[in-house]
Design a protein around this ligand. Structure first.
Ligand SMILES: [Zn+2]
Length: 89
């Protein structure tokens, strides 16, 4: 492209929250007035959203594995064996 901006390279890092707060603020101010960087953001957005979703899924899965799931299955197993004692076949 002929209208490439030297800041285009920051668009990906900006979308993935890999810039410092200061760099992020600077890029946000810049791309509001830079068509080339706006195009770059739009081009990278689907990939960035996909990675964001993937990261959230992984975090959620890790949290369930570490806390809720084992506790729930322990409680369920205890309740089931209590029910079997009360109502033997
Ligand atoms: Zn730019």
């Amino acid at each position: 492209m002929t209208d490439a901006c030297p800041h285009n390279i920051e668009a990906g890092s900006y979308l993935l929250h890999m810039l410092s707060q200061e760099e992020s603020d600077e890029f946000r101010l810049h791309h509001q007035h830079c068509l080339s960087c706006q195009r770059e953001i739009i081009a990278l957005l689907p990939g960035a959203l996909f990675l964001e979703e993937l990261r959230a899924d992984i975090l959620a899965a890790e949290q369930r594995l570490c806390t809720e799931r084992p506790v729930l299955s322990t409680v369920a197993a205890r309740e089931l064996s209590a029910l079997q004692r009360v109502h033997p076949r």
